[in-house]
Design a protein around this ligand. Structure first.
Ligand code: BV8
Ligand code: ZN
Length: 253
């Protein structure tokens, strides 16, 4: 399997990666659908909605602060690091992710498309104020706070700069992702259940254009039916194997 994946990747001219929560599981970030993915008995998709925020913004902020606290302690794993290295080697053109955990950026991926936003950014619910808490250095203060943070510009409620269910994806990111998929001759699909749309269209667009689909996931997913190669392994293990083997091949091993 790993050998087959290496052959397909080395033969490809415009390969991309499409990732979900599973790629961050080995970094200790719970996925959405794994058994202990619940928070205070709330399913994530119950709290990740504009309705939930309108109903109880304190509860939603408690949920996001819990995730921010958990994610900021997490480090990129071998799968994130391998994708960044394959980009530097010119083998992977871009990473399109559903994850809001910033771990691809931390791993060094340059051409990153975040379809569902980033949990370390906030934006105002009324004016166009937004802030990257890592860049502004206010993350600590934010996490120590409680309740609903206010906009320093107009005093309205701030919210996480992520896409909630029922909300449209950022236009620019979606267009760039669909464009990359329409030009890709191979997509590496890592750690997604492939049930959330429109993100889950990405592998289908590559397939429709005659491109190859390689899937890495310990379990089958909504993408498995169109996978040319299915690797039922954890992402870290599979990507470590793929990178090592590509390096050997490239260095004329
Ligand atoms: C919209 C940010 C319209 C927030 C997220 C068409 C058909 C059906 C439904 C719809 C449709 N179109 C729209 C919908 C509705 C909805 C949707 O898709 N619902 C689903 C649930 C049925 N989509 C929307 O609401 C989207 N918006 O459509 O707007 C619109 C348009 C114009 C104007 C107005 C409105 C917005 C969707 C985005 C929601 N936000 N996240 C936050 O994070 O707080 S989605 C969130 O959940 C994640 O970002 C991710 O996308 C998704 C979770 O999925 P995965 O990442 O795949 O994770 P999951 O836990 O499911 O699976 C993990 C996988 O990893 C498993 O397969 C497991 O086996 C594997 N794994 C585990 N360990 C490992 C591993 N793999 C490898 N290695 C391991 N070690
Ligand atoms: Zn404001």
């Amino acid at each position: 399997m790993i050998g087959e994946a290496v052959k397909l990747l080395l033969r490809s001219r415009s390969a991309i990666a499409f990732t979900g929560a599973g790629i961050s599981a080995e970094s200790g970030v719970p996925t959405f659908r794994d058994p202990n993915g619940l928070w205070r008995n709330h399913k994530p998709e119950e709290l990740a909605t504009p309705e939930a925020f309108k109903r109880n913004p304190e509860l939603v902020w408690d949920f996001y602060r819990w995730r921010m606290e958990l994610i900021r302690k997490a480090r990129p794993n071998d799968a994130h690091l391998a994708l960044a290295e394959l980009e530097r080697m010119g083998i992977i053109r871009a990473v399109i992710t559903q994850n809001v955990d910033d771990l691809h950026r931390e791993a060094g991926t340059e051409n990153l498309i975040e379809l569902h936003g980033n949990i370390f950014r906030v934006k105002c619910t009324s004016c166009n104020y937004s802030e990257d808490l890592k860049k502004s250095g206010r993350l600590e203060e934010f996490l120590k706070g409680n309740g609903v943070p206010k906009c320093p510009n107009c005093g309205s409620q701030l919210r996480p700069d992520v896409v909630w269910f029922g909300e449209p994806l950022p236009k620019e990111a979606l267009e760039k992702a669909f464009e990359l998929a329409s030009k890709a001759d191979l997509v590496l699909v890592i750690g997604t259940s492939g049930v959330v749309y429109p993100a889950a269209y990405i592998p289908y667009i590559v397939k429709e254009r005659g491109g190859r689909v390689i899937e890495i996931n310990p379990k089958g997913s909504g993408i498995t039916p169109i996978a040319d190669l299915f690797i039922p392994l954890p992402a870290g293990k599979a990507m470590r194997g793929i990178l090592d083997s590509i390096k050997k091949t490239v260095e004329g091993g």
